[in-house]
Design a protein around this ligand. Sequence first.
Ligand SMILES: [Zn+2]
Length: 840
Amino acid sequence: MKSMLPTPSIFRLRILTLVLLLFYFFVLPAQKPAKPTPSDLHQAIKKLNVLGSVLYVAAHPDDENQRFISYCANEKLYNVTYLSLTRGDGGQNLIGTEMGNLLGVLRTEELLMARSVDGGKQRFTRANDFGFSKNPEETLRFWNKDAVLSDVVWAIRETRPDVIVNRFYHDKKYDTHGHHTASAMLSVEAFDLAGKTDAYPEQLQYTAPWQPNRQFFNTSWWFFGGQEAFDKMDKSQLFSLDLGVFLPLKGKSNNELAAEARSMHRCQGFGAMSSRGENKEWFDFVKGERPPAGKDLFAGINTTWSRVPGAEKIGKLLAKVDQKYRGDHPSTSVPDLLKAMQMIKELPEGYWKKIKLAEIKDVIRGCLGIYLEATAAEPIAYPGDAVKIHLEGINRSDLAVTLAAVSIQPALFDTLFALPLAFNQNFKFDKKVQLLFDTPFTGPYWLQTPYSEGMYTVNQQTLRGLPETPRFARVRWSVTVNGIPLEYDTDVAYKVEEPAIGEVWRPFEILPLAFIEFDQPSYMFTTERRDVGVRVKAGREGLRGQISLTAGEGWEVAPAELPVSFKNKGEERTLYFTVTPKASPSETRFSASIRADGKTFTMRHVPIKYEHIPQQSVLLPAIARAARLDVQTKAKNIGYFMGAGDDIPNALRQIGCTVTLLEDKDFEPKNLKKFDAIVLGIRAYNTKEALQLYQPKLLEYVQNGGTLVTQYNNNFDLFVEKPAPYNLKLGRTRVTDENAEVRFLLPEHPVLNTPNKLSADDFKGWVQERGLYFPSEWDPAFAAPLSSNDPGEKPADGALLIAQYGKGYYVYTGISFFREMPAGVPGAYRLFANLISLGK
Ligand SMILES: [Zn+2]
């Protein structure tokens, strides 16, 4: 289990109404006020008359069927939610360096952007994506099965689906990732539990039991070995839908819209081409009430207002609004919409009342052309800071709209107006407010409490499942329309004019007064002492403080404290401590803090910036792993050719190597010759087309006595046919258990003995996995000195393959050095040092 350090108790969310955000119809990426088109409004009016709900269940960002979600949202006008059990934290990142919890944040945002296109809603559970899992039994050992099941039940109770659709099958009949099968198993179990009052009764103070009507498995040709086999199959027991419908109010085919949504999964490289025309999708009945043969999966389910007692007349009125709607004059619908809203308000409290009230308020605002904006003068502030908030509101209809009151949270600002918002007259109001001292910091709620490899910890029931932390800084606008009161909430955002782009919006963030971090993720000590850099950033001008660094017992840090002072806000400075390690090999953890303004700050700030998502901020503890390492290397001068991206070059510098990142000019034989070893970064053959040119030169380098270390590649989409000088077939074998036994098949081989004598101890304390994509076949010229396997599997001997070629050494390895070395695992350093030293 790896766990995070506890963070200060910074996170106390005290907002009651925020969960309502989930029900809004117009999705607002990056806090930008929505500007619905006449067709958006027309679709929203039609949707007011549809009371149906669908839940789609799978395991990861990208598992979801966007065509089905878009079809439910835009053709059927249901509320459709994608429940992704995890945030995809354990995957790979094709567009940047975020991994683990940070990748989970990026993928969460990509899912939200996909939903803003396809019209679905998004939810999660507390399950942490711990990486590839071979079967559901293993998955449910890492996840807390009962906790994840309770979150699926919670999702069902909160979204009250009539129909649940699982992306995967609920037993091992179709072999796939263990998370996938587990997601369907939990969904099937939750189907039976959600309606029972004795299941997870602690949830019932916030929600009500709900029994869904029916459940399906969204089957596909890829479970049956190919399209051709699937076409020939008897499908008389299956149900189908044509998802290729044209959506006139969108001006697009459903498939086209879904491709746009899918293309938001950029960090997984899922940009997709659009298509048009018929597109059949198949569903296998799982449980509940089976629809009659020949009908679709929604057959016989009442999705009209008549499902709410006494509400039929609302449906009739809304049908009239739909018929009389004028795209060139949407505000003509408002008087009847206000009437319908009043009728909904008179209904007894209930699920659909809550949903439809939120929707109709949004539609009314859109039909009136009301625009409400709340922006801060600066993008970042700290608790207690004074911030200028700019408010702007305008009514672009001829109805009588009045601004009655405005309140700004989290300052204690409340004011009453009785200001008529006349047609197209812009209301502007600026107010400097002081943020409360106990305002919580912005950041993902699931990363605020220590968590394990398989589960996030979220103590507050009402936060569980939410895609993001509700924003704390917001403005509540009280308006009246034709004398009828309405309230709207807007998040405070930040906007800036960027000459090359135009108006750019980003979230307004509340962050600590000072940030502190180490200048490296880990520190390897091979000498008596070294300097360790600590970077500090000021959140306000004139900040002064004292910095300190703590290490484990037996490690010495000098000086005890360092003073620091800043002139400007945003200024950064790096200060150095001298650390003397323990005399014998040992590991420890450094932590850093700054005392300023009577408080202690211990967090580093990790911004996540991409053009396709709103900017995110994650606060993580300022810690670093450190080790006194007994490592020798005979190779000092290393050439490194970067593949998909990894941090091995820095790791090698820590043990005294000089590392050159190779460029075109370096691939001349005379230039290559000067390197003691050349290392190819992870997935180099998958990502670097230039290797087609360089490959013969690299092999020539080996022939002449060099050492080439190739790290793992996917076994498909390679830019060269043969990465090795001998026969080598890349495979997909993984060892996912980081504690799996590692056996020495060739104990006398130099790679296990020189210059570092390795033992079983060197394979202790590894993280996440042993390795991945091990070759499946290799020429007898290769030596395979190591063997390992996951529990219950046959030995995998392809983790490390070494061959002599000419006067040099060729090495291919799937061992996860790219994870272990940046994480400061001593044994990984010692083994890697032996690899690069092979030719010396
Ligand atoms: Zn998946």
